[in-house]
Design a protein around this ligand. Sequence first.
Ligand code: ATP
Length: 555
Amino acid sequence: MNTLMTLLQKRSRFFYFFCIVFGLVSSLWNIGLLGTINATLTGDEIPFAILPVWQLFVLLLVLSLVTSKLFQNFMVKLSNDLSYDFGISIIEKLRFAAYEDYEAMGKERVYTALQDAQMVSSIPRTMIESFNSIIIVVSCMGYLYYASWIGGLMLTLVFILIVLFYVVRNKKIEKDFNIVRDMQNSYFRYINDLILGFKEIKMNSKRNDSLYQDYINANRIKTKDLLIENQNKYVNNNLVGTYSFYVVIGVSLFALPMFFELEIQQVSAYIITLLYVLGPLGGLINLIPVYTNVKIAVERLEEFDDKLNSLSTIKVRHGDLSEINDEFESIVFENVTYEYYSKKDQRTFQLGPINLEIKRGELMFIIGGNGSGKSTFVKLLTGIYKPTSGVIYINGVPVSANNYPYYRNQISAIFTDNYLFSENYDNIDFQNSSVSLKQYIDTMQLAEALRIDRERNVIENGLSKGQQKRLAMIYALMENRQVCVFDEWAAEQDPVFRRYFYEVIIKDLQRDGKTVIIITHDDEFYHHTDRLIKLDYGKIISNKVINKPELEPKI
Ligand SMILES: Nc1ncnc2c1ncn2[C@@H]1O[C@H](COP(=O)(O)OP(=O)(O)OP(=O)(O)O)[C@@H](O)[C@H]1O
C-alpha cells in the first residue's frame, strides 16, 4: 500500500491533499447522514446542528457529491497516467538496453511487465471504492462510540480480529499470486514457441501433444488450481468477515441489553449503523484480491524498472552521434575477445583475441565451419555485442559506451535471422518511389512481387524467404551507409541470383565506395573477395589477400 500511495503522490503532488479533503467531506457526510436518519427515527435532537435537519442534509449531500466527483475524476486520470508512465517507460528504456541484456531478460519478461502496467489502470476502482469504504467504516465507528461506547468497543475488537485474520491469510495468498505471475512468464514462452514454431508443431504430432499437454495445459491447470485455491480462501475470508458482523448484530440485539443498561434508542441507532456499514465493509473485503494483484503488479514493475535503470547503456541513450568524423576510413579490432558463459558461470565459448583491420572500400569474406564464431564476430563488428576485452576503433577512435550508437549507425547489416518490420519505420516513400528505390527494386528483381499497401505506405506480407532477404537488402541499401555487413545473405537465394549477388551486387557496392563484409559458405565465389578471413574455434586461422581492392569509387 505504501509503495502505491508513494507512487501516486510522486505522480501528482495533490494526491494526499485530495485524499484528505475527500476523506474529511465524506466522513462529515456519512456521520451527518447517519445522525440525521437516527435522529429522525428516534426523534432526538441533532447535536451541534446550526441549520434545520433537511437543510443540513441537502448541504452535505451536495458537498459530498461534488467532492466525490472531483476525487473520482482525479483518481481516474492519475491512475491512467501512472499506467501509461509504467508501460511507456519500459519501452522507452528497453530500446536503449544492450542486446546482451535484452537477450538475458527474455521477451516474455517484457510481455508480462507490459501486462502488469495495464493492471495498474485498475487502481481507480480499487482506490476509490476502498477509500470510500474505509471512510464509511471509520466514520461509523466514531458514530457508534457516540451512540454507545460499549458497542463501539465491541465492534473495534471484532475489527481488529478480522484485520489480523486477513493480514495473516493474505500473506500466503500473495505468495501464491507471485507464483501465478512466474507461471505467466513460462506460459508466454510456450505460447511464443507455439506461434513461432507453428510449422514445426504441425509436422510432429508427438511434439504437438507434448507442447499442449505437458507444457501449456499443465501450466494452465496449475495456474487455474492455484487461482481456485486462492479465490476460495478469499471466499472464506469474506464469509468470516461478513458473518462475524452478523454475530455482532445478534450480540447487540440479544446479549448487550441483558448485561448493560441500554435504551431501545441506543440499540436501534447501533443496529442501523451496523447495517449501514455492512455494504462498504463487504465491498472492502471483495476488493482485497484486486488490490493484492495491483500491489504485486506495481512491485514487479518497480523491480523491472530498477533492473532497466541499473543497465549502464540506458543512461547513455544515443550517446554522442556526432562524435567521429563522418567519412569512414577504417575499423580496427585490437585484441578483441567475446565470451559466452553458461548459467553456472562457466565459459562455454571464446571468440578471439582478434586483431584485424578493415579498410575503406574493402571487400572481405569471413568463412569457417559451423560454430566457429562467424555470427558472434558479426555481432561484435556491428556493435550489437561489446567486447569482453580488447578495443574496437573506428577511424582511429576507440568505440566507447558513449559512441557505440554512432558506430552502429555507420553500418548496414542483414543478420541471418533478419526481421522485416510490420510498419514503415524508416519512412520510405513507396508511393512516389525515388529513382534509387526503383533501381534497387529492379536490381533485386522484386518489381513483380512487391505489393504496396498505399494507405499505410508499407510493403504487404506474402514474399518468399529469398524475396524477403532481397527486400531486406533494399532496406539496407536505402540506408546508404558506408559499411555493409551481410551474414549468409545468399544462403536463401537461387543459384542465378546468388551468382548475381557475388558478381554484380557486391561489386557495384564496392565501386560505390562501400566497405563490404560478407559471411559466407559459398566457396565457389571465394575468388571474388579482396580478403578471405577464416575462423576456427573462435580464432582467425588464416587472413589471405585474394584481390587488390578497387579503391577508386565509382562517381
Ligand atoms: N547466445 C549464445 N549464448 C551462448 N553461446 C552461444 C550463443 N550464440 C552462440 N553461442 C556459441 O558460440 C559459438 C559460436 O557461435 P556462432 O553463432 O558465432 O557460430 P557461427 O560460426 O556463426 O556458426 P554457423 O555457421 O553455424 O552459423 C557456438 O559454439 C555457439 O554455441
